[in-house]
Design a protein around this ligand. Sequence first.
Ligand code: ATP
Length: 643
Amino acid sequence: AVLSKTKEVDIEGGWELGHPIPYAALAKVFGLIEGTTKRLEKTSLLTSFLLLVIQRSASGDTDSLLQSVYLCINRLCPDYVGIELGIGESLLLKAIAESTGRSMTVIKQDLKKEGDLGLVARNSKNAQKTLFKPKPLTVPFMFKNLKEIASSTGHSSQNKKVSIITKLLAACQGEEAKYIIRSLEGKLRIGNAERTVLVALAHAAILAEQEKATKRLNQEKLTGRLEHAAEVVKSVYSELPSYDLVIPALLEVGIDGLKERCKLTPGVPLKPMLAKPTKAIGEVLDRFEGKKFTCEYKYDGERAQVHKLDDGTVAVFSRNSEDMSKKYPDLMDQLPRCMKSTAKSFVLDAEAVAVDRKTGQLKPFQELSKRKRKDVKVEDIEIWVCLFGFDLLYLNGESLLHHPFAERRELLGTHFQEVEGEFTFAKSKDCETTEEIQAFLEESVKDGCEGLMVKMLETEASHYEPSRRSVNWLKLKKDYLAGVGDSLDLVVVGGYYGKGKRTNVYGAFLLACYDADGEQYQTICKIGTGFSDEALQQHHELLKPLELTKPRGDIKVGGAKPDVWFEPKVVWEVLTADLSLSPVYTAAQGLADERGISLRFPRFIRVRDDKGADDATGPEQIAEMYERQVLAQSKGGKKKKGG
Ligand code: ATP
């Protein structure tokens, strides 16, 4: 099916062997992908395109495939390098006006109507008469210019950005303007999840290999091989999340050699393993009964992945793969003291927690978040951190991901040492009974932690699963036991003007969850109580620059009517009393019910600046929470009846 698609779809756009890929070909594929909601069709379209890229590239050219893949996921380099797109609306409006000669008033009216800057750019281009056809844009040219825009900083950078964007817009034709602008905004909105790209990449590699092979596989064998390839690429990428490394390797050694070639490598942060929430201790035992597991304190700080490279370089990465060395110079100073000389290279998983150096007491995350994020000088630091190590993922040239946790924990203990107030092993206890877990949970809360993390210790189930919210890690927070339920991380997408003395700030906010598969923000609730005047002022300062004329095209609005819309960027952690079905909001529509799900009495906990909008809670999780609640209520109801 995939092979025949290649021939059906004409995406070539005058593209010759060994020549740079025309950007028009990519824009065409984007259009086709955007035009379907079917995941398989999206994958197949992208596969066709990537296959063409592989086949049309000159031998030894790995950049064409690399740049195509980056443009498909709208990134320019691995996450940890930190060059990101996300140009603000006003700058883009200015560039559209400058390059098309349309007046700002007309452009703004158009934006009100369309709600999508990409469409506005395309309309503006189409309204413009051109005398001669511009030279076609190519993928390498676009990539180079986007990178230049994203990396330019400093005083004159605004003008420089506008001038490059104007130049790109002047050269584009057809649908190109739409995607260029959306790329610059930081969201392509074609419903192309990264998972789809990984699968398409794997399939394209296999199909390219097949077309060259003297003996072709039959359909059944081919299907098996495609499925296997997709698994290989996904697993390799989760260990080594860098297309810069994976794509050239894929082109060189093919799918079969990829696992051997691309392994977890210090210096390339992996997406951390995450835990599933549990509401009751009984649930932990239901899940782990008969298996060996351990309970660890769940520290209330910031995830920190520490890497030591063979050359001695040490780096700390956040849960978002951001390099945190500049934020934590104190930690960088402390780290060498906790490593034994036997730990020559490693990847350590840990939590950085604010501590009172005099009393040794742990402080909550709120304290830690008061620290500056950039250019911190050790002499100015008032809030100190202690690192709590809980896992070892790599040691001296070997990936430990596929070793049982018990073994990883032992190696951690052997190659690291505690230093008071600077580095400690996460406190743990290999509990067996409900009473033991209960007692340890209470102890953890008394010591200033959020609760416990319960982890499988042995067998394959205890392997480290990068980027997965795994059932082999359960989190047990004190809040859950009070019946409060897990918190949600939601994106602020709208604001309501305040009343009375709060007219200069927003008095309430519209929140949304994020559906990664559909690349869509879904509205979930309005939140407006419990903010101090000072907090409202701070939120206003942060959100004001993100104001938009209309809801961005990837916000599934439903019946919500805020006074202003925001660029989806800021993430808040929110608690709720419970969830209810809603005719107004769109979160998780069609999952637990045709209606959306909303939060009742949402309460703001904190700003999650360690999370991007894409890391917000997803609709499946919300549907799952709702279903659990329904189940719990029906159980509770039965009990009452019986008693
Ligand atoms: P939360 O809001 O609960 O931190 P999250 O989405 O950031 O949610 P979870 O999977 O819910 O992540 O919880 C795991 C987080 O808890 C880790 O990302 C880590 O920062 C923190 N943590 C604290 N102590 C531990 C521990 N002993 N083991 C693993 N993670 C821990």
